[in-house]
Write a protein that binds this ligand. Structure first.
Ligand code: ZN
Length: 257
């Protein structure tokens, strides 16, 4: 046991010496749980860094299987696991990377009927999905169950990230009131995506999650951070709560089963 504790101390020493983390912070992280929805381009770096810092329980939700065209960005998986479920491949990678962390693979597709149930038992949720329907669903389920959410989206050479603390700041729907019509915005399959871009944005999501779990610094609440890789700029867009928001406004219309 002593041996295990020493190994643990050594693994996290660069974190435990940080002001604001220390041994108490490591213990706090070890008792924390995060659900990552999407084990793809955003979920890969996010899961790696949450595992690296020793978040005790990581849920990895993805119903898809690994395709060769995923591997320009989905670094949780590898060529010898083509065709495998991403949630299971991700668990295998993270188990090898940090055996301290319990990884819970979930191969179900997230739907209005199961969203709140799937996120119950986790301290917070990471939106690492690649489609608008899932992003709105996650936002609504998080707001309705008061679950902190780190939203992100990426396309081509850019991306965005924001943190939603239900009841304390605006939600994703306060900014984008409803999903664009089907086909109005091209998917990553149609538009393409530079592999390192979700690497940057997914890493920012992990950073936000770690800060939230430790109560450190200022979160991206009420501000949307927009990344442009070609200009290599980060721009901050202030956002406020929309009183007419369909999920967190004064007369919410959205309910989930
Ligand atoms: Zn809202």
């Amino acid at each position: 046991m002593r041996h295990l504790d020493e190994r643990r101390q050594e693994r996290y020493i660069r974190h435990s010496v940080l002001p604001g983390i220390g041994k108490d912070g490591l213990e706090r992280l070890r008792n924390s749980s995060v659900l990552i929805v999407g084990a793809g381009g955003l979920g890969s770096p996010c899961a790696y860094y949450l595992a690296a810092v020793g978040v005790g329980r990581i849920g990895l939700l993805d119903s898809d299987r690994i395709e060769l065209s995923n591997l320009n960005r989905q670094i949780l998986h590898d060529t010898c696991r083509l065709g495998d479920p991403k949630a299971l491949s991700g668990m295998e990678t993270l188990n090898r990377f940090n055996p301290d962390v319990e990884v819970i693979p979930i191969t179900e597709r997230i739907r209005p009927e199961n969203a709140i149930g799937l996120m119950a038992g986790f301290d917070m949720v990471i939106d690492a999905t690649d489609n608008f329907a899932a992003k709105f669903l996650l936002n609504d389920a998080c707001v309705l169950s008061s679950k902190p959410l780190v939203h992100a989206g990426v396309s081509q050479y850019g991306g965005q990230v924001m943190t939603v603390l239900p009841g304390q700041g605006p939600c994703y729907r306060c900014v984008f009131s409803e999903p664009p019509p089907d086909g109005a915005v091209p998917s990553s399959a149609e538009a393409g995506i530079l592999g390192a871009v979700p690497g940057v944005i997914g890493t920012l999501q992990a950073t936000e999650a770690i800060k939230f779990l430790l109560g450190l610094g200022d979160l991206l609440v009420g501000r949307l951070l927009v990344y442009d890789a070609l200009k290599m700029t980060f721009r901050e867009v202030p956002i406020s709560r929309d009183p007419d928001c369909a999920v967190c406004g004064e007369n919410p219309k959205i309910r989930l089963p």
